[in-house]
Ligand binder design. Structure first.
Ligand code: 3H9
Length: 711
């Protein structure tokens, strides 16, 4: 055996334990260890059967995802050949039981399904989440799961990736018994029953009664394909998973496994899979901040407060209530407070109506939110998040007041989306307790939390902010302080180019259409209409003093503002909107854009989809490279995680910096130089981008530190 897998013997049963923390992934050595243990169980005549169980927190959570990158890069030439092992397990003459706790995901569930029987702890979950990594089950999961759970459930689990709980796993026949109490003891008792029954071990591959027929299956596959096109847009793995399950219903087990392998390998080598795996590890990497060790003490957050019950403040208060933390919600007038609370109530009610949680949960969460017009109770708050209008004077006033009423250990967070955290902190006598907590709208839905560290912010405050992000089920990314931080600073040139493109001759729907086709949740102009043309206008007013004379500025946003076209909220912005908020292009606005452009001497021309993508994406990337070089973002992957979780960037493109690597930095750099020649200094290439392009390197190399960084 190996250190990773041990075999113990108890009551005539061999017990295989996986010891590969933290998640018992099937890393090199684990399959070999299982094979060796199995051989010993088979050869030892004193043993009548075997059990596999996970040591520590969980059963096997899947293949080792790190190995996939090694396979596609050629570093691992052996691949992950689990199939022969699973066949050996299934063919074993002695009955074998898998005992599942924690999670049996991906290859973990595939191993369990090759065992003759499965028992499960009541809190455990099983799933085939491979599609989230851009691949499909590659160890016969698409062939064994429909044989156990039926075609419909198997398609759902393999194509959409959501795990299911122990009770459902039993209901669908994926497991044979839920064990209350000691899992191993329950598994031994179950196996002994099977041994006593003298039945031959049940091989999953032999089961066919749940495989259905053409007539019942065809509508299942058709509906799943339709759903995949909608919710897994741009991701071939979902369709491949459906094809693989379809193969299970039409081919022999062996032929089906072969088909699954072909599809698995196609997916594994796809850019989408590499991008999604980058995002998986990126989400975990962002929590690691070099100067904030894991052991940094964190403040306990028992009570929270939020200032401002508008769209953002209300959403932030909901986040705390959802996490079970009581929260004070302060507004300036009873009318605004009532309005804010009504929105919160409506949001919760929608969730109840949609069956997401019962009424009692809503009542509990509402009861955790205490509306107030005063600072009463703020002295007990462990964190206050300010979410008032985006104006420096107002923010400073609020922080000055908070400084007087809050206890010394209270974290003072600002939800500013652009303003200088150090300047806000200077309005207090404790800048070390001040930090930016930049949420994204709707704050109760979007996963991103940009955590903005100021010059003086204490390490404990940053560590606590990361812990809060986790508690609120957000992805916290720590960034430096500059105008717009990472996300909105990059959005600025991206949005500028989107508007320049319409001013140069593309229609709004051409720009948005190309961006949507690229994979974004929506194009920039639709997003501006959603966020509010007035909000953009207000941000521009605050930054007017920073504009350089003689540099081209987008013109059309101000025009729309002056016309009262504030976007969806007024039923009109770049587009018109009907009562259902459907977007309707408005030829008058298209004419207005042309007129505005011609007044400003901007020539009109045909603009290709490729140019739309290059101008907008390369603007994002160029600014991203500057941000990286300045140290505002720690790593390129941090920028990617921000864009994937806060800006609707397609996960299967891996984020803007990963996308740049897939295009090739030399190509990106050269095109930016062309844009600079055509459009001037706004397109000045980032020095880091230039250097990486010239050295033939990538942003991933930058993250690995494999660079000759020149000061
Ligand atoms: C697969 O199985 C393909 C098969 O069909 C076979 C094909 C031949 N590998 O998330 P956490 C690391 S595909 C390597 O923070 P949690 C993770 O990076 C796989 N590493 O913990 C982190 O490292 P670090 C199908 C992995 O408790 C640490 O473990 N399976 C893997 O919040 C802790 O992770 C999946 O997709 C892995 N498979 O959540 C499951 N999993 O500490 C993916 C985790 O250095 N995993 N790590 O940052 C998960 O969903 C969650 O990690 C899990 C635990 C729910 C298990």
């Amino acid at each position: 055996m190996s250190e990773l897998v041990s075999l113990t013997k108890q009551d005539g049963i061999g017990i295989i334990t996986i010891n590969n923390p933290p998640v018992n992934a099937l890393s090199p050595g684990v399959p070999e260890g299982i094979a060796a243990a199995l051989e010993e169980i088979e050869n030892d005549e004193s043993l009548t059967g075997g059990i596999i169980i996970g040591g520590g927190q969980t059963f096997i959570a899947g293949a080792d995802i790190k190995e996939f990158g090694k396979i596609t890069s050629g570093e691992n030439k052996r691949g992950v050949a689990f199939l022969p092992l699973l066949k050996r397990i299934e063919d074993s003459p002695k009955p074998l039981v898998a005992a599942i706790h924690g999670t049996a995901f991906g290859g973990g569930l595939e191993v369990a399904m090759a065992f003759h029987y499965r028992v499960i702890a009541p809190t455990a979950q099983v799933g085939q989440p491979e599609v989230n990594l851009g691949i499909i089950p590659g160890a016969a999961g698409t062939q064994r799961l429909p044989r156990l759970a039926g075609v419909e459930k198997a398609v759902e689990m393999c194509a959409f990736g959501a795990p299911i709980k122990a009770g459902d796993a039993l209901k669908y026949g994926i497991v044979d018994r839920v064990i209350e109490g000691d899992l191993l003891a329950g598994a031994i008792a179950f196996l002994q029953e099977k041994i006593a029954s003298n039945e031959p071990p049940r091989r999953t591959c032999d089961l066919t009664d749940k495989l259905g027929d053409e007539a019942t299956n065809a509508p299942i596959f058709a509906a799943a394909k339709k759903q995949a096109a909608k919710v897994r847009r741009g991701q071939p793995a979902a369709l491949a998973a459906i094809d693989a399950v379809e193969a299970a219903t039409k081919l022999s087990f062996e032929e089906g496994v072969k088909r699954e392998q072909e599809l698995f390998l196609e997916c594994l080598y796809s850019t989408a899979s590499k991008a999604l795996i980058h995002a998986f590890f990126g989400e975990r990497a962002v929590a690691k901040i070099p100067d904030i060790p894991k052991a940094t003490p964190v403040y306990e957050i028992k009570k929270a407060a939020v200032i401002g019950a508008g769209t953002m403040g209300g959403g932030i208060a909901m986040n705390y209530a959802n996490a079970g933390i009581p929260v004070l919600l302060k507004e300036a007038s009873q009318e605004l407070l009532d309005k804010g609370l009504a929105v919160i109530r409506k949001n919760y009610q929608n969730s109840v109506n949609k069956g997401r949680f019962p009424q009692e949960v809503m009542d509990k969460r509402m009861a955790l939110i205490t509306p107030t017009l005063t600072y009463d109770g703020f002295a007990e708050a462990d964190i206050v998040t300010e979410a008032v209008f985006e104006g420096m004077a107002l923010k400073k006033q609020v922080f000055g007041e908070l400084d007087k009423v809050c206890k010394a250990t209270c974290i003072l967070a600002s939800n500013t989306s652009t303003l200088d955290i150090d300047e806000i902190a200077a309005a207090t006598t404790r800048p070390e307790m001040v930090i930016g907590h930049h949420y994204f709208s709707p704050a109760n839905v979007m996963r991103l939390l940009e955590i903005v560290r100021g010059k003086a912010t204490r390490k404990e405050v940053i560590a606590t902010s990361l812990a809060i992000a986790k508690k609120l089920k957000k992805v916290g990314v720590v960034v430096g302080n500059c105008r717009g931080f990472v996300g909105n600073r990059m959005l600025h040139p991206y949005g500028r180019e989107a508007i320049f493109l319409v001013e140069e001759g593309a229609r709004p729907q051409d720009v948005d259409g190309a961006l949507y086709e690229f994979g974004l949740a929506m194009g920039y102009l639709s997003m501006s209409d959603l966020a509010g043309i007035d909000v953009g206008w207000r941000v521009r007013q605050e930054a007017k003093h920073l504009e350089k004379p003689g540099i081209r500025q987008p013109l059309i946003g101000d025009k729309l503002y002056e016309m009262g076209r504030y976007g969806q909220k007024t039923g009109a912005g770049f587009y018109d909107y009907d009562e259902k908020r459907n977007r309707i292009p408005n030829p008058e606005i298209e004419a207005l854009i042309k007129e505005t452009a011609s007044e400003a001497g901007i020539a009109q021309r045909d603009i290709s989809k490729d140019e739309i993508i290059e101008r907008t994406m390369y603007a994002l990337i160029n600014e991203g490279a500057k941000i990286l070089e300045e140290g505002i973002a720690l790593r390129a992957v941090d920028i990617d995680i921000i864009y994937l979780n806060g800006y609707g960037y397609p996960s299967w493109r891996g984020g803007p910096m990963f996308y740049a690597d897939t295009v090739g930095l030399k190509k990106v750099y050269e095109r930016i130089c062309e844009f600079q020649a055509q459009h001037g200094e706004l397109w000045e290439p980032a020095p880091l981008l230039k250097r990486l392009a010239e050295e033939g390197k990538t942003f991933a190399d930058f993250d690995k530190g494999g660079l000759t960084v020149t000061a």
